[in-house]
Design a protein around this ligand. Structure first.
Ligand SMILES: CC(C)(COP(=O)(O)OP(=O)(O)OC[C@H]1O[C@@H](n2cnc3c(N)ncnc32)[C@H](O)[C@@H]1OP(=O)(O)O)[C@@H](O)C(=O)NCCC(=O)NCCS
Length: 182
């Protein structure tokens, strides 16, 4: 098992890079088909694609932000961030709609670094949710958010139409990565 950490660049995806995002989302959906085999998007269509719905809005709506991860000059993952009505408090929150690290880059700090860069990029209230079945993602987000906030985050197990599963909430701050002093 490779244990050396990798450094990752988080780039806002341009409209010209939309096909890259779309292709990586196919791989993400494929991973998810193992976690949620009975989910609505767990099979490819007749053309052999999952066909992520609603992607275009990330280049047309002001509250949606698409990102690609770059490691050593290669695509290594993606994130889709949305600012929307908060689930756990009044007002708005940033929501990690999708977050994905390519398999060969996993467990080398890429996801943690990319997530922390995004929290710093969007200061303010954050909410991150995982589906109940995705226990690996729950371990990942508890670890990343726990370190980022120095343990100052709240987790709620939601079972509502809007979300079913754990949701962590905390404040993002511009000082990337450093646990803040009380
Ligand atoms: C979840 C995911 C983003 C993690 O990315 P990653 O780059 O491998 O994560 P990191 O290497 O930064 O991991 C940081 C820490 O999170 C925890 N963690 C990460 N993956 C884990 C796993 N599969 N099981 C348990 N803990 C995990 C560990 O504590 C890890 O530190 P360590 O490697 O020193 O033990 C990646 O596995 C992925 O893309 N999975 C499929 C898509 C997905 O589930 N996305 C999240 C949807 S909410």
């Amino acid at each position: 098992v490779a244990t050396d950490r990798l450094s990752v660049n988080v780039l806002e995806a341009t409209v010209a890079q939309k096909p890259v995002v779309r292709h990586l989302l196919e791989l993400y959906d494929y991973d998810f088909s193992e976690i949620e085999p009975f989910g609505p998007a767990s099979d490819v269509d007749e053309g052999g694609l999952y066909g992520y719905q609603g992607l275009d809005a990330y280049w047309t709506e002001p509250n949606r932000f698409p990102f690609l991860f770059r490691v050593g000059g290669r695509w290594a993952g993606l994130a889709l961030v949305v600012r929307r009505r908060a689930l756990l408090s009044p007002g708005e929150a940033f929501w990690m709609a999708e977050f994905f690290v390519m398999r060969k880059y996993r467990r080398r700090g890429v996801g943690a670094s990319a997530a922390t860069q995004l929290f710093a990029r969007f200061p303010g209230r954050w909410e991150v949710g995982q589906v109940v079945e995705n226990t690996a993602a729950q371990a990942f987000w508890r670890d990343v958010i726990g370190r980022y906030t120095g343990g100052r985050y709240r987790e709620v197990a939601l079972d509502e139409p809007a979300w079913q599963g754990p949701v962590q909430t905390f404040e993002g701050a511009p000082a990337a990565g450093d646990p803040r002093t009380p």
